[in-house]
Design a protein around this ligand. Structure first.
Ligand code: C2E
Ligand code: CA
Ligand code: CA
Length: 737
């Protein structure tokens, strides 16, 4: 609706965005952290199983290497500890046997590829490689650590089995080397120390062999690397002197990594699903939240609307005016505010019931909606008050006045409400805020004040606010206060204006007219303070005071009728008849002497109600007169149905009777019609004899006016009555004489 709502909606949206971002970010973070933790955990398990597997591979490789050496040992043992060998090597020293049985055996054996026999001086007896005599010199081909092994074999003779093995570097690479003292099967060596011979088998750890190991032991990628090669897991090969020769390394199978690779997509997928679940939850939450906010906004919007008319309510108007004034301040435009109060709505509500009243409000709202400019804000302020506010480029009230005229035109037409036709008018107050200089409170106050002025000036009017009104208002408030005090203190007095017989000019009755001598101001006209009393609610107390005083005083003049003016505001009160009955009883006056004068304005607005009220009053025995007839637009024919006892022709008509032929014709016709309906007619405002004669001739049976008497104090009436009685007495005596 208003700019403030729009901005607040925008800020809500901003807030919502940042909340959504924060929530999404938190979800993403949580999912990421959980993913990381799970992956780290799996990674740890993977690492651990990798480590376990590598350790197992290490053991397998070390075992394979040992087996490689052990196989050589076993073969060597079979060849060296043999009776035939001992015989042929030591006793026969059969070089040919040695060559064919030991040397040439190295030709295609998988178990050894070199075979040497050396004596105690480490001199080779034979040296065969792959079944052929060696080309290289033995001491050049082997690393000297070979001799350390031979020495060990030589020494172990004392302790037991004279067989040793180890890894030695040769020109062809790393080789497992076994050295065994040649002897009989029983272990006996048939020659003394110094004459012994040693059988040496060499088995090179070449790539073929390594591949074989790799295949046999299922160690993938098993290979030989230099001793300085860096590897977490490796089996080192060291010679008998402790010198590192090389390392066996393999390709880690990393089974953990494999399971990690397999598990990872599952984990990521699962956590992705969890993440998606949260996102879906979030989206559902957002949708629910948006719906809630929409409902909230609707409720808020609803709280700015009037249920009955569908227009904005007071709060809605407040916001709208604030927004427009703000805008006018910014763009130098103007804001026009019309306050509108229906005339006579209360009566329609009272006489036809709330259903009709509600329908009327809706009908007026619908009519206004059509009349106001498209950019106008239309509000109902409760009861029968409406407001229209709209921006304009012009800095005067022109557009508001034009709209006001249209509204008044529209409302002056009779409205069809259900089966009824009702007439409502409206009073309109206009205020403006050029360039937004008048703020909302002041603008509303001014429009309200102007509307009040319009009401005061008579209904169905429109008034633009003027600064003088404020001074006037203050003056009025002071007047109201003084009047209240005057009523309480019973400082109001009554004047009585005679009503005379049209033919004899005898006083037949008096009209009571209220008088107020305001302290410090002098006499104030009832035409000034009666409207104030009517709009401030003082009229009931005032009216009762007048009625009571008039009835009391009338006891002085038992032969006179007493006429009392009754304001529509009094008449409207359903308890009015009861008040009247009470006063009649209190003052012990004969009801038939009392005439209540009411004006036609109220009657037209509330025909049903009026009829009812008049019936109740007439039931008490009082008379009811239609006052000020001819100042309005109604016909006698229409007014007859209310059962008036008398009609008083308004002063404005009698005034012109001799000068204006049209007035005269109308007056004549009216009085004739009233007479034909058996309604007696009083003419008021007779200031000259001629006027009196004319109206008597037209048919008025009673006259009132300055020509006969101004309103005077009760003593004066008493004096005149006495004079009249004396006159009559004289006349009667003259007639008798
Ligand atoms: P109204 O009921 O039409 O009363 C007649 C008014 O016309 C009186 O004015 C009276 O002084 C004046 N008037 C009478 N004859 C002549 C004449 O020949 N020439 C001129 N120029 N004026 C004449 P007043 O007393 O000032 O009262 C004015 C109005 O105030 C009354 O008009 C009546 O509507 C109202 N009013 C007066 N007293 C009361 C009251 O006690 N209750 C109520 N509700 N209204 C009252
Ligand atoms: Ca009167
Ligand atoms: Ca009058």
């Amino acid at each position: 609706m208003g700019a403030d709502i729009r901005t607040s909606r925008r800020s809500v949206q901003l807030g919502r965005h940042s909340i959504v971002t924060a929530v999404l970010f938190s979800f993403a973070l949580v999912v990421a952290v959980v993913t990381l933790m799970v992956l780290t955990a799996i990674g740890r398990v993977a690492d651990y199983s990798n480590k376990l597997d590598d350790e197992r591979s290490w053991e397998t490789t070390a075992g394979a290497l040992k087996t490689f050496e052990n196989q050589l040992d076993a073969t060597l043992h079979d060849y060296a500890a043999r009776d035939t060998a001992a015989q042929n090597v030591y006793e026969k020293d059969d070089r040919d046997w040695i060559i064919s049985n030991l040397g040439e055996m190295s030709s295609d054996s998988v178990l050894f590829d070199m075979s040497l026999v050396v004596d105690d001086d480490n001199k080779p007896v034979i040296a065969y490689q792959d079944g052929k005599p060696m080309h290289d010199k033995v001491e050049d081909f082997f690393d000297p650590s070979l001799w350390a092994l031979v020495d060990q074999a030589r020494k172990t003779l004392v302790t037991g089995t004279p067989e040793v093995s180890g890894y030695v570097m040769t020109r062809k690479g790393i080789a497992a080397v076994g050295v065994a003292t040649i002897r009989e099967k029983s272990g006996h060596i048939p020659v003394p120390e110094g004459k012994r011979r040693y059988l040496i088998f060499v088995r090179h750890l070449n790539s073929t062999k390594i591949k074989m190991l790799s295949n046999t032991y299922i160690i993938s990628g098993l290979r030989l690397v230099p001793p300085n090669h860096n590897a977490v897991y490796a089996v080192s090969i060291v010679d008998p002197l402790g010198k590192p020769l090389g390392r066996l390394v393999w390709t880690s199978r990393e089974p953990g990594d494999m399971s990690y690779q397999q598990a990872r997509p599952l984990v990521i997928g699962a956590l992705g699903l969890v993440g998606m679940f949260f996102v879906v939850l979030l989206i559902l939450g957002l949708i629910a939240g948006r719906r809630m906010r929409a409902e909230e906004a609707e409720a808020r919007e609803g709280s700015l609307r009037d249920r009955l008319s569908g227009l904005l309510n007071r709060e809605g108007l407040r916001r709208g005016v604030d927004r427009l004034v703000e805008a006018a301040r910014a763009d130098g435009g103007n804001v026009l505010l019309l306050y509108l109060d229906l005339d006579g709505f209360k009566e329609i509500n009272d006489s036809y019931g709330h259903g009709t009243g509600d329908q009327l409000i809706r009908a007026v709202a619908a009519g206004l909606s059509v009349l106001v400019p498209p950019n106008a804000i239309l509000a109902r302020l409760g009861g029968d008050e409406f407001a229209v506010v709209f921006p304009t480029g012009e800095l005067n009230d022109g557009e508001a006045v034009r709209l006001g005229e249209q509204v008044l035109d529209f409302l002056s037409e009779p409205l069809q409400i259900g089966r009824r036709v009702v007439v409502v008018g409206a009073s309109i107050g206009i205020a403006s805020s050029p360039e937004g200089r008048i703020n909302r409170e002041e603008l509303v106050r001014r429009a309200d004040l102007a509307m009040y002025k319009a009401k005061e000036a008579g209904r169905a009017r429109m008034t633009c606010y003027e600064t003088a009104m404020d001074a006037h208002r203050e003056e009025r408030n002071a007047l109201e206060l003084d009047l209240r005090n005057a009523i309480e203190a019973e400082e109001l007095t009554l004047a009585y204006q005679p009503l005379v017989d049209a033919t004899t000019h005898d006083i037949t009755g008096v009209e009571a007219l209220v008088r107020w001598n305001r302290p410090g101001h002098g006499p104030i006209s009832p035409e000034v303070f009666i409207p104030v009393a009517e709009t401030s609610g003082l009229i009931e107390a005032l009216g009762l005071l007048v009625l009571r005083k008039a009835c009391e005083t009338a006891r002085l003049w038992p032969d006179l009728r007493i006429a009392v003016n009754v304001s529509p505001a009094q008449f409207r009160n359903p308890a009015f008849a009861d008040y009247v009955r009470h006063v009649l009883k209190e003052t012990e006056i004969e009801a038939g002497r009392v005439t209540l004068e009411i004006t036609e304005g109220y009657i037209i607005q509330n025909p049903g109600r009026t009829r009812q009220s008049i019936e109740r009053l007439k039931a008490l025995g009082v008379k009811v007169a239609l006052d000020d007839f001819g100042s309005g637009f109604s016909s006698i024919g229409y007014l007859r149905q209310f059962g008036f006892d008398r009609i008083k022709i308004d002063r404005s008509l009698t005034m012109d009777v001799l000068t204006n032929s049209r007035s005269r014709d109308m007056l004549q016709a009216t009085v004739a019609l009233a007479r034909s309906l058996d309604l007696p007619v009083t003419a008021e405002g007779i200031e000259t004899e001629e006027q009196g004669i004319a109206l008597r001739l037209f048919g008025c049976d009673e006259l009132q006016g300055y020509f006969f008497s101004k309103p005077v104090a009760d003593i004066e009436i008493s004096r005149r009555l006495a004079a009249q009685i004396a006159r009559r007495h004289n006349r009667e005596q003259e007639a008798a004489a």
